[in-house]
Ligand binder design. Structure first.
Ligand code: TXA
Ligand code: MG
Length: 349
């Protein structure tokens, strides 16, 4: 299929955003930027349109999609009811990088929700995304715009690499701001559960509703016989071509362990190192193929760079990535969640 690529979109170009909305109204697929990662959008009310998303991504169809809206009013038709705490959460965090799970309106197709009786909804804050959704007048289902299992795309080059020729249109909008997918908050349970950590943290949410906690199963690798609450959790994720080995523990112990691996791994393998600025400057000055993400104290910066770095290692052609873990608090929780999923081996030192 030929993909139309709209370059250098700016917000005054309403005619181009209307064109993108037209494709969605015609049940086609449009990739657009959001503040988290790029999304692969289609009409959430049309099963054939949704099928195109799964096909383009190569995504298993029991993995449900997030439905994107441009106004709170659009939520009413998607759900059974909007409970008070959902209203409070929307008021506090929308538009923005937070997805809520509510009981779905039975009229919404199981194809969108992977057969669940709940639905994931979010209002992005990216203006291009909002305008396209608004012009379409539709709820837009949109998973991250990567081939299933690959790191989520945080800039248009990533999208073009994965999806050119597989979708009807790609709307370019530069780099995304947060670089990690939205926080997913299940509001059908008591306490409410964070199913996927993101840039909006547990503490942020606690300031609005008291009764909320991290999903206890979050960082476990899913066992086959356990039915995961969020079906996306059981699939491998964010995997670059290289194998990721993640190190967790004290900074100097991690640096020793990485140096040790550099000496002992077979010499025909090309090794990449993913590290904080501190680690790179203090301990690993001599290392080749090192990509630094930001300061340890700024997990938000690290999150913004993480998926790009994983893709950059593939461009470098490394076989193995030795990744420095950071403290899993605040946005660091989201960073470590993604790194643990990308890793085939976690070494605690
Ligand atoms: O930031 C984001 O959320 C991006 C941008 C494009 O908005 N979207 C995104 O979508 O990350 P996706 O499809 O890659 O991830 C959606 C996650 C999956 O882990 C999925 O299993 C979970 O949300 N999910 C969707 N509907 C659910 C539901 N009804 N119950 C539990 N988990 C659900
Ligand atoms: Mg995804």
């Amino acid at each position: 299929m030929e993909t139309i690529i709209l370059n250098h979109i700016d917000l005054d170009q309403d005619d181009r955003l209307i064109k993108a909305a037209r494709v969605l109204k015609d049940n086609g697929t449009v990739v657009f930027p959001t503040e988290t990662v790029y999304g692969l959008g289609a009409n959430a009310l049309d099963e054939k349109a949704i099928a195109k998303i799964y096909k383009a991504k190569g995504r298993p169809s029991d993995n449900p999609l997030i439905v994107h809206v441009a106004s709170e009013k659009q939520v009413d038709d998607l759900v059974e009811e909007v409970p008070i705490r959902a209203k409070q959460i929307m008021e506090a965090f929308w538009p923005g990088p937070l997805t809520i799970i509510l009981k779905k309106n039975p009229d919404i197709s199981d194809v969108v929700t992977g057969g669940l009786d709940t639905i994931a909804i979010r209002m992005p804050s990216n203006k291009i995304a909002l305008k396209i959704i608004e012009h379409s007048g539709l709820p837009i289902a949109a998973p991250s715009a990567n081939i299933s299992g690959r790191p989520s795309p945080t800039q248009e080059e990533h999208v073009i690499k994965d999806l050119d020729g597989r979708v009807d249109m790609i709307v370019c909008g530069g780099k995304t701001v947060f670089g990690l997918e939205s926080t997913v908050l299940d509001l059908t349970t008591s306490p409410a559960l964070i199913l996927r950590p993101g840039s909006i943290t547990l503490d942020d949410i606690k300031r609005v509703i008291n009764d909320v906690t991290m999903d206890p199963g979050l960082n476990e690798k899913m066992k086959d016989h356990v039915k995961p609450r969020s079906p996306g959790m059981k699939y491998t994720h964010y995997s670059p071509d290289a194998e990721v080995i993640l190190f967790e523990g004290k900074e100097n112990a991690i640096s020793e362990a990485i140096k040790d691996q550099l000496i002992h791994l077979p010499s025909h393998l090309k090794i990449g190192i993913l590290a904080t600025e501190e680690m790179a400057l203090e301990y690993l000055k001599e290392a080749d193929n090192i990509i630094t993400l930001g300061k340890r104290s700024e997990p938000g910066d690290i999150g913004a760079m993480l998926f790009k770095a994983l893709r950059d290692f593939d461009e470098l052609g490394v076989d193995i990535i030795l990744a420095e873990g950071i403290e899993a608090v605040g946005v660091g929780e989201a960073v470590m969640n993604r790194l643990r999923k990308a890793a085939s081996n976690i070494i605690r030192v």
